[in-house]
Design a binder for this molecule. Structure first.
Ligand code: 13P
Length: 256
């Protein structure tokens, strides 16, 4: 499968460890009504693992894509607590987030582990939203792109021989902007997205578009100026994706 279903904006909700089965199902059903009228945007959601099956069932036949918040690199076996690509595909999950900063920092997932997860998932047929981003001290010391590049380049190297970079979406999420209400400035976003785009262009043909989403305290108040930027193809939204009243306005802005 290819992540590029056109040139539509991807408005993705990462529900993190919020919303149980019933609440996820209910929110998915509300979003379903919204998705039918979208012309320029796609909705992607990543509910908790426990709610994935009910959510894909609730969205059967709709254009909304459901993803896992992580995925195992290995196909099967003694990997307690992990979920495989085949298990996800069996319940119609079509993408996975990999390398979210909460996985990298709170659960010590290394660059190598994140690359292995993303590569394994893509190889087995999932699309991957690969999250990258710098900490505040890294931003302040001027090493943002060095950090982002160190996270991303090994994956691009791994994918370069089989053309599967097409299954990739990048989410640039400055760690200091996640859940803090501190959104990056449009200059910071524009610069980092341009740098990521340039790095990607070394691994892709001009026809291959790898969408680059921005994430970090996105709300209806700041999204219009973010989505207007070059090389920004959508958003990965945490807090504002948990309530229909906060998520729907992002889609309205994307449709403008
Ligand atoms: P917030 O939108 O809550 O800052 O979270 C962003 C995020 O981590 C999405 O993956």
């Amino acid at each position: 499968m290819t992540a590029q279903t056109g040139k539509k904006n991807i408005i993705a909700g990462n529900w993190k460890m919020n919303l149980g089965l019933k609440a996820s199902e209910a929110l998915a059903l509300t979003l379903r009504g919204l998705s039918d009228n979208l012309k320029k945007s796609e909705i992607w959601i990543a509910p908790s693992a426990i709610a994935l099956a009910a959510t894909t069932q609730a969205l059967k036949g709709s254009a909304i894509r459901v993803g896992s918040q992580n995925v195992c690199a290995q196909k099967a076996g003694a990997f307690t607590g992990e979920v495989s690509v085949a298990m996800l595909q069996e319940i119609a999950v079509s993408f996975a987030l990999v390398g979210h900063s909460e996985r990298r920092s709170l659960y010590a997932e290394s660059i190598d582990q994140c690359v292995a997860r993303a590569f394994g998932a893509i190889e087995q047929g999932l699309d991957v939203v690969f999250c990258v981003g710098e900490s505040l001290s890294e931003r302040e010391s001027g090493s943002t792109f060095e950090v982002v590049s160190a996270q991303l380049k090994p994956l691009l190297e791994a994918l370069k021989n089989n053309g599967s970079v097409r299954s990739l979406v990048i989410a640039y999420e400055p760690v200091w902007a996640i859940g803090t209400g501190k959104v990056a400035t449009t200059e910071q976003i524009a610069e980092t997205h341009r740098d990521i785009h340039q790095l990607l262009s070394q691994y892709t043909t001009p026809e291959t578009v790898v969408p680059i989403l921005y994430g970090g305290s996105v709300t209806a108040d700041n999204f219009a100026s973010i989505i207007a930027l070059e090389h920004v193809s959508g958003a990965l939204v945490g807090g504002a994706s948990l309530l229909y009243e906060k998520f729907a306005p992002l889609l309205e802005i994307s449709e403008l």
